[in-house]
Write a protein that binds this ligand. Structure first.
Ligand code: F3S
Length: 398
């Protein structure tokens, strides 16, 4: 792997131990994956923020590196385990909250922006087409590669932090144009039904693993692309996809080669995927309704408010969490007012990385990604009901 003199110096510790550990990690990673060199990045998005996901060992490590490291490019965070202002209302314990605050302090000390969202691309933190970045949350990675046409591998929390400190990442994988070509084709024919993009993503991720699918037969909106990418990244490990006539590299002329594996998806496959995302849970037994995986956009926030406007909350309705970023919540003040007559619009957190098992055991969601993670025994331990947004909201009203 070729290193410049400056990079060699950092590796030798001449720029301090705060940059040395980061360079060691990046060079180690680059050697494993046969990277030619390091490529400068525009930004980093760091996973490994919730105390639930990183625990004491992660907190200790962050406190350690934060004594000597500072980021050198714009860096922001994935959702934390709680809304920083409303953690008590979420049922989060004082102990968890104090550990969570310590994690945020450590990132802050390193110069990381305390914007905790998995949809930085909805709040003006979008790299340009062809830019290199080091992002780590899997839906953010998918959207960044597929919809923005920027380039990132699926980074882990430590490798994204190391990239933020050095301002570079090893050039391999999806940073190379030749590795961004489709490796499978997906032909979707939903018949007379609307495409459920969460179910489609879950099905394709399960079938294709970590392929680069090229879709035909769909025309998703921006929010639907977000839903599709998140679900494929959760049920499989898909970090890049193309949609004919929609995503930028497909518009620029990328086409699948002949003879690639082809997956056909029709109404039956979509229905089977939808059903597979629910446990044997009855609507009347739901403790909590969660929307916002990935974090909701301003359009989605307004659609929810539009549905609820002028309606009355059922007396025995379950609680509602709508998860988003601080910035979207601020933009949607009117919508938030309406929604908060029925539940909470939480920021900087989500139903998966919050300690949800302390407040609920049965959760309903409209997200293919959340429905994949919520049932995991060791992680969220939930019985799950997967439904469309209007069906979920109708459980709240008289
Ligand atoms: Fe985002 Fe949490 Fe879902 S990080 S993609 S809302 S699991």
């Amino acid at each position: 792997m070729h290193l410049t003199q400056e990079e060699e110096d950092i590796l030798a510790g001449e720029a301090g131990e705060g940059r040395q550990w980061a360079m060691e990690l990046l060079v180690g990673l680059g050697r494993i994956f046969d990277a030619e060199d390091l490529v400068p990045i525009e930004s980093a998005q760091l996973a490994g923020v919730s105390f639930k996901t990183i625990g004491e060992p992660g907190l200790g490590w962050l406190q350690d590196v934060s004594r000597s490291s500072v980021v050198s490019v714009p860096a922001m965070l994935n959702p934390a385990g709680m809304d920083p202002a409303r953690w008590k209302e979420m049922g989060v314990s004082e102990d968890f909250a104090s550990k969570q605050r310590a994690i945020l302090r450590a990132y802050n000390r390193m110069g990381v922006e305390l914007t905790c969202t998995c949809t930085p691309y909805l709040i003006g933190r979008s790299p340009g087409f062809g830019d290199h970045v080091a992002w780590s949350e899997s839906n953010a990675v998918s959207f960044c590669n597929s919809v923005l046409g920027a380039r990132t591998n699926r980074e882990g929390g430590p490798s994204a932090l190391a990239a933020a400190v050095v301002g570079k990442t090893p050039r391999y994988g999806l940073h190379m144009p030749t590795n961004r070509l489709p490796t499978a084709e997906v032909r979707v024919d939903p018949g007379d039904t609307n495409v459920d993009y969460g179910a489609l993503g879950v099905h394709v991720g399960r079938e294709l693993g970590n392929a680069i699918p090229f879709f035909r037969g769909i025309r998703p909106t921006g929010d639907e692309l977000k839903t599709l990418g998140a679900a494929m990244a959760a049920s499989g490990a898909i970090a890049l996809f193309h949609v004919r006539g929609v995503t930028p590299e497909a518009q620029a002329g990328i086409e699948p080669e002949r003879g690639l594996e082809t997956l056909s998806v029709g109404p039956e496959e979509l229905e089977r995927a939808q059903k597979s995302l629910s446990s044997s849970l009855r609507e009347q037994d739901v403790d909590l309704i969660t929307i916002g995986c990935p974090h909701v956009s301003i359009d989605e926030l307004e659609e929810i408010a539009q549905f609820l406007k002028g309606r009355k909350r059922r007396k025995d309705a379950p609680d509602l969490w709508v998860c988003t970023s601080k910035e979207v919540r601020k933009l949607g003040t009117e919508a938030v007012k309406i929604i908060e007559g029925f539940g909470k619009v939480l920021v900087d957190t989500c139903m998966v990385v919050a300690p949800i098992d302390e407040v609920a055991s049965s959760t309903a969601t409209n997200s293919g990604k959340a429905a994949t993670y919520l049932p995991l025994d060791a992680f969220c331990g939930q019985k799950v009901l997967y439904r469309s947004t209007p069906m979920l909201l109708s459980l709240l009203v008289e």
